[in-house]
Design a protein. Sequence first.
Length: 140
Amino acid sequence: MRGKSIVVIAYFCGRRITTTPSTTTVGFVGPVDDFIDWAFAYHSTQTRYQHYLLNHTAEVNGDEAHAETYYLFVGTDREPANHMTLSGGRYVDRVERRDGRWAIVDRVCVVEWNAESTNLITQEVLALLTDIRSATPRPQ
């Protein structure tokens, strides 16, 4: 399972996601499917990206829970070369258990900060890493 199909299973269909606008990005408000399309289009402008999920708390009450998860995002943009976008904040979720499956019903993504930097991992370094991996014998 890859791409959109792996992301959409975390949500119950048709639910809304809200991201707060920041000084360098535009916020998003809309249904899950549109959000996923929006996020994939954003990532297509990058050569690589990483999402880190950090501290997580949840208050469970029967088949409903409220959760808060901090995140850190690092993306290397295609243009200008090696330009990095960094962002941190939290996901504030309401989740429900339906037919034995927990999923997100409502999510607010609070962007708390953004920063810019330069990625020092160049294409030459990536090629070197690939060369090392291909030269390493794999266990049988």
